[in-house]
Design a protein around this ligand. Sequence first.
Ligand SMILES: Cc1cc2nc3c(=O)[nH]c(=O)nc-3n(C[C@H](O)[C@H](O)[C@H](O)COP(=O)(O)OP(=O)(O)OC[C@H]3O[C@@H](n4cnc5c(N)ncnc54)[C@H](O)[C@@H]3O)c2cc1C
Length: 383
Amino acid sequence: VRQSAEAVIIGGGVIGCAVAYHLTRAGIRPVLLERDGLAIGASGANAGGIGASSGIPGRTLSYMRKSLELLVTDVRELDRPVEMVLGGRLHVALDSRERAAMEEFVKVRQHEGMDITFLTGDDARALEPALGPAVLGAAHVPSEGHINPFLLTHAYAAAAQQRGAEVVLGVEATGLQVSGGRITGVQARGDSISTPLAILAAGAWSASLLAPLRVVLPVKPGRGQMLVTVAVPPLMMKHVIRPGGLGIRQAIRGNILIGSTLEDVGYDKGLKISTLASFARAASEMIPALEDVPIVRAWAGLRPMTPDRVGIIDTLPDLPGLILATGHSRTGVTYAPITGVLVTQLATKGTTDMPLDPFRLSRFSAGGAQQPASREASRRIRA
Ligand SMILES: Cc1cc2nc3c(=O)[nH]c(=O)nc-3n(C[C@H](O)[C@H](O)[C@H](O)COP(=O)(O)OP(=O)(O)OC[C@H]3O[C@@H](n4cnc5c(N)ncnc54)[C@H](O)[C@@H]3O)c2cc1C
């Protein structure tokens, strides 16, 4: 490991790698430390759904839309296979309560200028013939879709390396060095790398690195279980999502991904038969042709969850030299491009073009967004 770097990124998930890529585009050559392998965390275990409609209107929706736009540009410029399909997403309703909620979901988003329409069950089936009769209606978002998150993470890392970033695998960051009230380096077991800038992108494991500095980061693991079928001939065109988060999509290679749960079980990555059985039942209710498709694999991943399920992209006023890029909860793949851009703006000019308010750490402190994101404020959260 090098002894000094312009910046050190901790974590080789989609967030850390997108940050590395965008930093190198701005002329900064970071060292990225990943204790295991790239995309070994949530970034290699997710459903790969990309879309802005799950954003919160008036709060995060515009950021997610921007991120999706940036993703299209990034994918073009990365020029590596990432299996992106923007064939549209359907949020389906299976009972009258869900149908009413879906109509409202559409109305609110149309109000924000989104291209989204409400379809009756029959109209939804005309668009996606794989849908079963149980579907009573759907919100259709034509600009959304899915991507292979594993390939995207690797593509960001490879492009960053090509532009001068160093990606170091199998090396764990064990602490942040502080001197004179600012970050001066990152410890990596016996070694240390001196740097004026550390970027924390360690996913569900981010909080422990800040605890010794008495900064409380409200990021916890949120387990998600997934199921995948063997590759089958093209069966469904759209990414179909049920309220509550169960999604079904067919990857370019033909496999169908079904999942996931959101469970508060610490760092346990275990799988449960009852959960997988319930996925299988719900999936074949939405897409009846799935009933006889063989399952090939199941896995679980740990999302970096925050209490409001929105990420943390921020600096700490009384700890210069540290940027937080973590806690992206259920939507980190979608948020990766804009996180890379916002972190790069923070690193190069100290401010961002879009306000960081929805992502500030201080929103979790007693006084909300008005409070400075200080260690004092964070200590109060813990109290
Ligand atoms: C089942 C499931 C389904 C999901 N579906 C979607 C979806 O459809 N769409 C979407 O946008 N998002 C989805 N997500 C969420 C998304 O996967 C995450 O928000 C995103 O991957 C978070 O990326 P990350 O880089 O912050 O974290 P991670 O990918 O977890 O990466 C963190 C990395 O940091 C490394 N690390 C940790 N500590 C250290 C250390 N001390 N030193 C060095 N390295 C360290 C870890 O090894 C890990 O590789 C899903 C997640 C799951 C689990």
